[in-house]
Design a binder for this molecule. Sequence first.
Ligand SMILES: NC(=O)CC[C@H](N)C(=O)O
Length: 304
Amino acid sequence: MNYQAILNQIQEELNLKKSTGTVASYIPELAKVSPDKFGMNLYCINSGHYHFGNSQERFSIQSISKVFALTLAMSLIDDSLFERVDVEPSGDPFNSLVQLEYEQGIPRNPFINAGALVISDILISLLKNPKKDFLNFIHTITDNTTIDINKEVFYSEKKYSHRNAALLNLMKSFGNIKNDIETVLDFYIFQCAVEMSCKELSTAFMMYANQGRKLSDNQQILSPQKVKRINAIMQTCGFYDEAGEFTFRVGLPGKSGVGGGITAVHPGQYTVTVWSPPLNPKGNSELGMFALERLTTLTGLSIF
Ligand SMILES: NC(=O)CC[C@H](N)C(=O)O
């Protein structure tokens, strides 16, 4: 298959499309990013990288980091993790508080904010230097030690994190947060502030397409069974209250972030990352979803 020709076609179609979305502004620093950025990187297990646009420029990965945090936590502890966070789609926005109240502080899944905050709490209890260890984990899976956080984004989100603090307080009242609220919030915001390019994200996600092994050196990062589970959670919960729509249109497990990035996985075949900052009302990249839908349609390669 001529993947580059398919990507070129998607780029041409995108040039004709006007986005109706808006760049996230509740983290003020994110609002400074140009809405016209667009990058796409496709990383095939058998034939390497294909790309176009701003695919090598780093952007704020935001909630895509939730996949790395869950992976790290699952590599360190057993299934007891899932006593503190469930694996059901929420059908609610990523930062919603309502379900938590009547479900007694157990978040629906690890990819909504409440669930990711519980994973942050677990990592803080398990790791010596949570921030350093988290970055090291990303360095390992990408073979790239230059990946870091964007400090402006970090401090910007810290100033406007009242809702995440509310989620933490509510969960703490139910006994599902063990560490100090400020410490958990700080680590969660840190992981969201990591910056990576489309190419780096596709590389990091390759382990989910390759049974838990890195492609570069075959290192087993996570067992195939655990990778299967993470892919399942990405499929059912990776896009909040748009997980069904993403599955319907694109047909791949994946994860989005309010920085405008989406990374998706076709186990055994490829990983793909798109970046376009304007978000649809559900907080997912509008043109990113369009590009991924075109990719699985033009290649005929989705998991369904
Ligand atoms: N959906 C997202 O990417 C949200 C991440 C963001 N840091 C928040 O907690 O609001």
